[in-house]
Design a protein around this ligand. Structure first.
Ligand code: G6P
Ligand code: MG
Length: 222
């Protein structure tokens, strides 16, 4: 497909790892939980938790630790982890927005491109408020609104529906493998933000948003 044929109507941004680096806070909270349960949780293993839901993350963590628990016990541990995570989130400042992303979104909006958020996080609105950027997003599809977590495309399809756009005319920005798969399965153009080795299934991969413009982006995916 060439750039003449490809018309971008909307962009959907994942939150954690794309707009803000909350992965480090998730990691600290999961590590603390693992420690309490008697095993170590490494930064490498944390990569597996990116983009997936809280409960799916806990299941992977417990699998790493070789621990089997009831649904009730899991619920309590997930809540405990979230309380620790919130302690970090509540201290976040607007300067933690990842470089370039705010300017890029503003440029897109000035050119009539619609902007949505597609995040598995149930804390998405809290984080956007904390960063003072909630008004940049016309539509927020988050973990409180869907049943199926990434790599299922439900969250992005919901954002596209709310934005009233066709997935084929919409870019999804994602830092996680599960998110790229979700975007691809939903018929979106996927752009990875981060490591091209991890995000090899994305249509294009950028290291970050520094200096990114609509023209450059169209060139990358065209
Ligand atoms: C994002 C993160 C995941 C996290 C998920 C749920 O997708 O990348 O690491 O598990 O959100 O976040 P929550 O804030 O609801 O625990
Ligand atoms: Mg992410």
């Amino acid at each position: 497909m060439n750039s003449d044929m490809y018309k971008i109507n909307a962009c959907i941004f994942d939150l954690d790892g794309v707009v803000v680096d909350t992965a480090k806070y998730h990691y600290l909270a999961w590590k603390r939980l693992a420690k309490e349960l008697g095993f170590d949780f490494t930064i490498e293993a944390n990569e597996r938790l990116k983009g997936i839901s809280r409960l799916d993350s806990l299941n992977i963590l417990l699998e790493i630790g070789g621990i089997v628990l009831s649904a009730d016990e899991k619920e309590k541990l997930a809540e405990k982890k979230n309380q620790w995570y919130l302690e970090y989130i509540n201290k976040m400042q607007p300067d933690e927005i990842l470089p370039g992303v705010k300017n890029f979104i503003k440029e897109l909006k000035s050119k009539g491109i619609r902007i949505g958020l597609g995040s598995a996080s149930k804390n998405a609105k809290l984080i956007l408020n904390q960063l003072e950027i909630i008004d940049l997003f016309e539509v927020i599809a988050d973990g409180t609104r869907v049943l199926k977590a990434k790599p299922d495309p439900e969250i992005f399809l919901l954002a596209a529906k709310d934005l009233n756009v066709d997935p084929h005319q919409c870019i999804v920005f994602e830092d996680a493998e599960a998110g790229i798969e979700a975007a691809n399965r939903g018929g979106f153009t996927s752009v990875g933000v981060g490591d091209p080795k991890i995000l090899c299934k994305a249509k294009a991969v950028i290291p970050n948003f520094i200096g990114m413009t609509l023209d450059k982006m169209t060139g990358l995916i065209g």
